[in-house]
Design a protein around this ligand. Structure first.
Ligand code: 9Z3
Length: 337
């Protein structure tokens, strides 16, 4: 990017320096960096042609206090990210899954969460000696278990948790830089719901904010700063050259979605923005591409109980960018148009 101040530093670089110097790095960053380096090294040595996707998933928090009792959260259960990670793995990718702690995870997502309590899938055997999976769930659970074990034993999935928006930013920057040796075999799939606002460390209360002042209850007025738009830094500086970068755009107003997604692509100059609306995100997404394309992908009404990731259509796109590799797309899952 062209420098836009006399010191030769772009505004984005300046914002990056300020942000990362004035907010604390997460305690687990060094450990996560080591794990990611080992993961990438392992795949570079053992499967030099393998692609690695960094999938981000879940919502970031914005703590109101340093010793955090209260925080603002971003909506996301982690369904999109966890489901998409499974599809990437199925297509032969290794996956670094940067996720909100305790949000849904690939494979276990089928049996967690309040609507899918794992205990409902089990029963006692007739002789009362064992706990077994109920007959009607055996087939699906065997399939999921095999996929999970394959991913685990082949070291294809690395799980790295974050909680706050600042942790997310530190992790994203480090991982992108660590992924540089992968060049065009790196893919970024940014499904995490990232807060646009935060409280900088120097303005954050240390202790729990008190609800009373001088014996009276008080109002709490929160003053948030914008989080710098680091997608620019990711695209132009952190990520390996030639990697594919996909971001998501979440809106609630249908009249805004396409324009906002197009704006994001224009602004950050990456490969693809996948737009979705809060209320319909499970059934339809729109792909906005650099060639001016707007392509809607929808799950047919009859199949709407199945989780939908959008990766089915994306993998084809990544392969057109990176060169072909044999794969077996489940084309029956989505319709386009
Ligand atoms: C998304 O739009 C995801 O698809 C969802 C998935 C968060 C809606 P769930 O986890 O939901 O399946 O429950 N993610 C991106 C949201 C986001 O923060 N995008 C930023 C924006 O819209 C751009 S990076 O400005």
């Amino acid at each position: 990017m062209a420098p836009d101040n006399p010191n030769g530093i772009t505004a984005h670089e300046e914002a990056e320096t300020t942000y990362f110097q004035s907010n604390p790095a997460p305690k687990s960053l060094a450990n996560h960096e080591t794990l990611a380096r080992e993961f990438i090294q392992y795949h570079l040595e053992n499967a030099p042609n393998r692609r690695i996707a960094l999938v981000t998933s879940g919502g970031t928090t914005v703590p109101l206090e340093n010793q955090t009792v209260r925080f603002i959260d971003n909506f996301s259960a982690g369904t999109r990210g966890a489901t998409s990670a499974e599809y990437f793995l199925q297509e032969g990718y290794a996956v670094i899954f940067l996720h909100r702690q305790f949000s849904l995870l690939p494979y276990s997502r089928h049996y967690s969460h309040s609507t899918n309590c794992f205990l409902d899938f089990m029963e006692e055997s007739e002789d009362g000696e064992r706990v077994v999976v109920r007959k009607e769930y055996q087939e699906k659970m065997r399939r999921v278990l095999r996929q999970y074990q394959h991913a685990k034993h082949s070291r294809l999935l690395l799980l790295l948790p974050f909680t706050t928006v600042t942790e997310y930013m530190f992790e994203l920057r480090s991982l992108a830089v660590i992924m540089r040796p992968l060049g065009s075999r790196a893919l970024f799939y940014l499904a995490a719901a990232v807060s646009d606002f935060f409280i900088p460390r120097n303005r954050m209360e240390e202790h729990k904010i008190q609800s009373r002042e001088g014996g009276n209850s008080r109002q709490l007025v929160i003053n948030l700063d914008p989080v710098p738009k680091f997608l620019t830094n990711l695209v132009h500086s952190w990520a390996p050259k030639g990697s594919m970068i996909v971001s998501f755009k979440l809106e609630t107003d249908p009249d805004l979605l396409v324009a906002k997604a197009e704006q994001a692509l224009e602004r950050y100059q990456h490969d693809l923005v996948i737009g979705n609306l809060l209320t319909t995100r499970k059934w339809e997404v729109v792909f906005i591409t650099r060639d001016g394309g707007e392509r809607w992908i929808r799950v047919p009404k009859t199949r709407r109980s199945k989780s939908f990731s959008g990766v089915e259509a994306l993998v084809g796109k990544a392969e057109r960018k990176h060169g072909p590799e044999p794969h077996d797309l489940d084309g029956g899952t989505v319709t386009e148009g």
